[in-house]
Design a protein around this ligand. Structure first.
Ligand SMILES: [Zn+2]
Length: 158
């Protein structure tokens, strides 16, 4: 089993896709925080986990109404996060169409691992075909690529 938190993975992917992310406490009408840009991942995630449940909305950067309010942006999807769940179950509910659903299918709720060097798909957290996290970024590599990228990790065969 993976330990990756699907809620955090989703927010990270949304920011990387250039979406504006709005975090609402539980089902509050007004967002507690609205941010765009990958540098805000930590702040948004901290806000999203400030209470037991949170709704996250994703907005396209192009404005509909021409204003600066979050209401003037086109909604691209939403997810309901429940923090006493774990892993992929943190995303308790989400829009059945649109970007969030596409992301969930493509990444298996952020659990799927693809080697950053060779693109090998289907790496897992534990077991055969296990991935090795990059020592700095944590990004996954397959064993063969990690041997080349991080030879120090494997030491000398004497
Ligand atoms: Zn590889």
């Amino acid at each position: 089993m993976s330990t990756l938190n699907a809620g955090r993975q989703l927010i990270k992917a949304a920011l990387e896709s250039g979406f504006t992310v709005a975090v609402h406490y539980e089902q509050d009408h007004e967002p507690a925080m609205t941010r765009k840009g990958t540098e805000h991942l930590t702040a948004l995630w901290s806000e999203a986990t400030a209470c037991d449940e949170a709704t996250v909305y994703f907005y396209e950067a192009s404005r509909l109404g021409g204003g600066t309010s979050w209401r003037d942006f086109e909604k691209r999807g939403w997810a309901y996060l429940v923090h006493w769940n774990e892993g992929d179950e943190v995303i308790s509910d989400h829009g059945s169409k649109g970007w969030v659903n596409d992301w969930a299918v493509a990444t298996e709720y952020g659990q799927r691992k693809v080697c950053i060097d060779c693109g090998l798909d289907g790496l897992v957290f534990e077991g055969s075909n296990e991935y090795e996290p990059d020592p700095i970024t944590g990004d996954p590599r397959c064993f063969q690529c990690d041997l080349k990228a991080n030879p120090d990790r494997y030491g000398e065969q004497s």
